[in-house]
Design a protein around this ligand. Structure first.
Ligand SMILES: C[S@@+](CC[C@H](N)C(=O)[O-])C[C@H]1O[C@@H](n2cnc3c(N)ncnc32)[C@H](O)[C@@H]1O
Length: 287
């Protein structure tokens, strides 16, 4: 059983809403904004999956995955949600493991992939405690996570990072997206703390967790520094051919206080104009 954590409340509530609807288009209209921030009465599952297809294609290209024969590789997606990106992964990879803290999302994910992807390639794994992934060590070629580690409790984000480092095969690739601090956090962080405190209350919590404005504030739970993650890479003992940190070009010197080498490689920064200013990506190519 997962510990009672405020960060998990909106996912459970959205998962409950996803569970209430038989119609996949209705699920996207009710809960799709949780994943891609789009709203509207005309939204369909196809539109939703299309947004994921575009993002998967763009990220695979910038992270160098198009240089590999991904059709023969496996990938683990941490925080798959209802399969917005997962369908595309099943089209591009030999096998896909979709992992999420919410079991109802995973059920929807299987349905999304059945309609828009290749369901025979999909396996789902429930991250019941928010930080342990029941997948063997050294068993997948690539690990990917997008807009998930910023919504977890800080400790869970770091433990999920360690899980990614444990599960990836030698020679594999890790692609993890995090959120770091921005000036607006002076307002956003206290507001988020307040919303998360309200989520825990039995009376108003579940109702507030269905509100888009509150959820967007409350789920901004976690900022992670580049150095924290790089020190996990060093502690993992994994050796790396390449350690890259991608971020919006307006951010500078995210590696200013990083060690000269991490896992045997020199960490390097790369500009990524499509990245949100508060986001950064860790890309590791293991030896
Ligand atoms: C904003 S959604 C992103 C989903 C998907 N990556 C996408 O872009 O559509 C974040 C997802 O992370 C999942 N999540 C949140 N905390 C998690 C945790 N501790 N472990 C695994 N999944 C988690 C949520 O249930 C949700 O499906």
């Amino acid at each position: 059983m997962a510990r009672r954590r405020a960060q998990l409340v909106p996912w459970r509530v959205a998962g409950g809403v996803a569970d209430e609807h038989a119609n996949a288009d209705a699920v996207v209209r009710e809960t799709g904004w949780v994943f891609n921030n789009e709203t509207g009465d005309d939204l369909t599952l196809s539109d939703f999956v299309m947004s994921g297809n575009k993002e998967v294609n763009a990220y695979m290209r910038v992270f160098g995955m198009n240089d590999l024969d991904t059709n023969s590789l496996s990938i683990l997606e941490i925080g798959s949600g209802i399969g917005r990106m997962t369908s595309r992964f099943t089209k591009r990879f030999a096998s896909v493991i979709a992992a999420d803290v919410d079991a109802a999302f995973l059920e929807r994910c299987r349905e999304t992939v059945a309609r828009h992807g290749e369901p025979d390639k999909l396996r789902t794994v429930h991250v019941a405690d928010g930080h342990s992934i029941g997948v063997p060590s050294d068993s997948v070629d690539a690990v990917f996570s997008y807009i998930t580690l910023q919504h977890c409790a800080h400790e869970d984000a770091l433990q999920l990072t360690s899980e990614a480092l444990r599960i990836v095969k030698p020679g594999g690739t890790v692609m993890l997206n995090y959120r770091t601090w921005v000036p607006a956090d002076v307002v956003l962080q206290p507001a988020g703390t307040l919303v998360r405190a309200l989520w825990k209350t039995k009376l108003v919590g579940p109702r507030i967790a269905r509100q888009r404005w509150a959820t967007r504030l409350g789920w901004q739970a976690n900022r992670v520094a580049v150095d924290e993650v790089l020190s996990l890479v060093s502690q993992s003992g994994r050796s790396c051919r390449e350690v890259l940190v991608f971020h919006n070009p307006s951010r500078r010197n995210l590696l200013a206080s990083s060690p000269a080498t991490v896992g045997g490689a020199r960490p390097e920064e790369r500009p990524l104009p499509r990245a949100n200013k508060s986001h950064w990506w860790l890309i590791l190519r293991l030896s």
